[in-house]
Design a protein. Sequence first.
Length: 232
Amino acid sequence: MRRLTALTAIALFALVFASVALTYIEPAALSPLALSYVRHVPQDLNAPNVVTGILLTYRAFDTLGEVAALFMAAASVGLVVGAGWRRAGATPAQEPAPPREASEIVRTGAQVLAPLVAIFAAYIIMNGHLSAGGGFQGGAVLAGCAALILMADPQKRLNLKFLGAVESLAGVLLVLVGVAGVVFAGGFLDNRVLPLGTFGAFFSAGAIPLLSVLLGVKVGCELSVILEGFRA
């Protein structure tokens, strides 16, 4: 009976996805809202990357809410998973045995790749206003670098206090830049609180590069905390 129910559910999901896939038609032109964003982001924000301009200026308050949700997820993992053995009434002596050491290939590969991944994360974060990328994407890659280090050295522990302090500082600065936009520009997290610069230049698009850096640091720290929490 249980297997029949599972097969029925799978068949229904397949039917829904098939109907969506078969009836989907690629739009021949942008919608009026999308066309408005494509026109106004380069003109008003001086940012070639329309998506980053939308995320960090036009709907920046929503982006801040998404980061807050990620912070709550990291805090929940730290409280629920990290203290699991205490809730169960166990003692430190009853904790699981330390994991087996990684092979030499994994350790050597991590030593070579981790710095390159960190540099790539910085590149994604810093160039988010010019090309594909931004704070969320770069922060995820930064957390991937932390995951690579933890895989190569299972005995290593991330400094959760340091990560928490850096994440909190980045969040406070992000809000302060947003408030500065209200005072000195046209609204909360308005990128025009800083000079817009030359279109397409590295130092351009006002406060968007700064916001991208703060967002990348915050996301990277939060995801790293989640990784460490699941290892506890």
